[in-house]
Design a protein around this ligand. Structure first.
Ligand code: F6R
Length: 244
């Protein structure tokens, strides 16, 4: 795993945007794997700026998001589709039909998950995947457990994740308890992975990830250690426990 440690959140965001910009300029038809949550907001802001000021062109790119809450339609302000529209898609020249966020209202998550993975394959596969990390080590909504899903499908959110994400909702009771999430196998098929981490709240899990030297489904992020091209881009706070 390559590691870039930056002084601040803004520098982390710029470093991640640098990699995305380079990859998109090299391959204008790049398939982007995208994440939501607080961490990638600055990266999206930076990509929007580069689109508006430097002509970074998304017109031929496609995107696939990692996950969506079950029960939320795309126009619900707490949905990840809404998040992506607000933070990125509405401000760049990506074609709307080329953006994919799992459907939180699907009636058959199993079939839907298979189709989602198939669509990714048919698009040529994800060229670059942006990831955040849960404080419990989750990647997308693959939560710590004895087993991890390989493909995209229905998952249960852990109590820790519900508590962490309650800040976006009225209260923890309003956080959906299930999601449609890309599986670890779907994520590990990406050509290149950028893992973001920012702030003290991620310090312990980043230290676990880098110091453990083993994979465990109890820390799903450790499966990223098996991928040949992962770059961790994190700020000093998130990195602060690594050498303790
Ligand atoms: C979001 C996702 C999650 C987040 C993680 C960290 O699409 O899949 O795994 O990346 O929960 O969230 P933040 O960035 O809010 O700390």
């Amino acid at each position: 795993m390559k590691i870039i440690v930056t002084k601040s959140y803004d520098e982390m965001s710029k470093a991640a945007a640098d990699v995305f910009e380079k990859e998109i300029r090299n391959n204008p038809e790049l398939v982007l794997g995208l994440a939501t949550g607080s961490t990638p907001v600055g990266t999206y802001r930076e990509l929007v700026r580069r689109h508006l000021e430097n002509g970074l062109d998304f017109s031929r790119t496609k995107s696939f998001n990692l996950d969506e809450y079950v029960g939320l339609s795309g126009d619900n302000p707490n949905s990840y589709r809404h998040f992506m529209d607000e933070h990125l898609f509405n401000h760049i020249n990506i074609e709307r039909e080329n953006t994919h966020v799992p459907d939180g209202l699907t009636e058959n998550p199993k079939e839907y998950g298979k189709k989602y993975d198939q669509m990714i394959l048919e698009s040529g596969g994800i060229g670059i995947q942006l990831l955040g990390i849960g404080s419990n080590g989750h990647i997308a909504f693959n939560e710590p457990d004895e087993e991890l899903p390989v493909g995209t499908g229905l998952v249960e959110l852990s109590e820790q994740t519900i508590a962490d994400n309650a800040r976006f909702f009225q209260s923890a009771e309003h956080v959906p308890t299930q999601a449609i999430s890309m599986g670890m196998g779907s994520i590990l098929k990406a050509g290149k992975i950028i893992l973001l981490a920012s702030g003290e709240g991620k310090a312990e899990v980043i230290s676990e990830l880098l110091n453990r030297g083993k994979v465990t489904s109890r820390i799903p992020a450790t499966f990223l250690l098996l991928h040949p091209d992962v770059t961790l881009v994190c700020d000093e706070e998130a990195y602060s426990e690594v050498n303790r």
